[in-house]
Design a protein around this ligand. Structure first.
Ligand code: UQ1
Length: 408
């Protein structure tokens, strides 16, 4: 190649930043451009704690300018259109960016308006959600004000980011009510749109027991379809029978439906469901060999977490650089993801698993139990590992567990 290879990265979330920083470090001759409209980057894993009153939300936010890696050009607007046959991305304002390789990592789209009554009442009238910076304070406000009644926590039928988060805030709320003496006067209800509490069976079994021991009323296949804020009623549809059921709430924490961003869905990069269609091991696009994707917008069939990015980032970077050199992409991702399941103030079960939902654990003890040490890890160590390690594209002082597994 005559010019230095041009790499365009869509999105400066955990995924885009990790890959951009890695490429700058291992292959500084490459010209890297990030397209990202947002002014701030959020450490979203903190929002469970913000909703639970542990940290102020400001701790989760940094200026985007401070996290874009040195030497990377930042185009501060949204990508609009993809022309992968011409190796071209066109931004919203019409800037045309050519590339030798493209990394697509714009994240997941939250579809607040898919539930009538939600957008209008969010943050007021007992309705809250940890799923945005704007609404996360409302969770703690509702919880602190709650003395009696019905507390409902929902989980949608769509894929979501951090599938453990709706459970974590339910468990924190339950613990809070217990500690403040209101637990007996509040019914805690968990309403899950899908048929299981958690995808990996090892941890699901334990979570079911914990919920039962704490008298949480758990129902499956109950999909929140509407809110009636004035009467504080939530409408659920049973996904088997189709029957609708109305439940009263004093407070309701909503995990909203999510899906691929519209501009991805409408692009030639998408699969039938709208996600960027990549090979699940190489992270290379199935039709356009110089296009790669990772993170929440990708078709990778694993749980959407920052921990997954930690394993996807190095694989994608190695394969992208190999393809630019004319070699085959040989690094493989086996689906590693992790979910620090907060089950109370001072308790956490650290789930780690792969594509087969098999445990793939870091520590030399059984992680299928709640532990104080794992809570302290999430509360005090994770933010540093995130800001210093993940977003800067640096590896951690210890290996990713799946890299020790036999490779197919
Ligand atoms: C992790 O790797 C990660 O991302 C960088 C997180 O997000 C902040 C996590 O919450 C967790 C739990 C992991 C996995 C961590 C260990 C210590 C095995």
């Amino acid at each position: 190649m005559q010019h230095s290879p041009r790499i365009v990265v869509i999105g400066a979330g955990a995924a885009g930043l990790n890959v951009a920083a890695r490429i700058r470090r291992v292959a500084p001759q490459h010209a890297v451009t990030i397209i990202e409209p947002a002014e701030h980057h959020f450490y979203q894993p903190l929002w469970t704690f913000v909703g639970g009153g542990v940290f102020p939300r400001e701790r989760s936010r940094r200026d985007m300018a401070d996290v874009i890696p040195d030497g990377v050009r930042w185009v501060r607007e949204a990508a609009g259109e993809f022309k992968p046959d011409e190796n071209l991305v066109i931004t919203h304002s019409g800037e045309r960016l050519g590339y030798d390789a493209l990394v697509v990592a714009p994240g997941i789209q939250i579809n607040w308006r898919a539930i009538p009554g939600l957008k209008e009442s969010l943050g007021t009238q007992g309705v809250c959600s940890n799923y945005s910076y704007d609404s996360v304070n409302s969770t703690w406000e509702q919880l602190e004000a709650l003395r009696s009644g019905e507390a409902i926590f929902t989980f949608p039928t769509t894929p979501i980011k951090c599938a453990g988060a709706p459970l974590k805030i339910m468990f924190l709320a339950e613990d809070y009510l217990r500690r403040t003496g209101s637990r007996a006067a509040v019914n805690v209800r968990y309403r899950c749109g899908v048929g299981t509490i958690f995808r990996a069976p090892k941890y699901a079994q334990e979570l079911v027991k914990i919920a039962a021991a704490r008298a949480v009323d758990v129902r499956y296949k109950q999909d929140l379809v509407a809110l009636r804020p004035d009467s504080r009623e939530a409408v659920f549809r049973d996904t088997d029978s189709g029957n609708e059921l109305v439940e009263k709430y004093t407070m309701i924490h909503v995990a909203p439906p999510m899906g691929p961003p519209d501009f991805i869905k409408q692009s030639p990069l998408a699969d039938g469901a709208g996600w960027v269609e990549v090979d699940k091991h190489s992270l290379q696009h199935v039709r356009f060999p110089n296009v790669f994707s990772l993170g929440d917008a990708s078709s990778l069939p694993t749980s959407k977490t920052a921990a997954a990015i930690r394993a996807q980032g190095p694989v994608l970077t190695a394969n992208l650089l190999a393809v630019l050199r004319g070699q085959a992409p040989r690094a493989r991702y086996l689906g590693y993801t992790s979910c620090p399941l907060v089950t109370g103030y001072g308790r956490l079960m650290l789930a780690e698993f792969d594509y087969d939902l098999q445990p793939c654990e870091t520590f030399p003890f059984d992680q299928g139990k709640e532990r104080r040490s794992m809570y302290l890890l999430k509360k005090y160590l994770m933010p540093t590992l995130y800001w210093q390690g993940l977003v800067r594209g640096r590896n951690w002082p210890w290996p990713i567990p799946e890299f020790g597994l036999p490779r197919a």
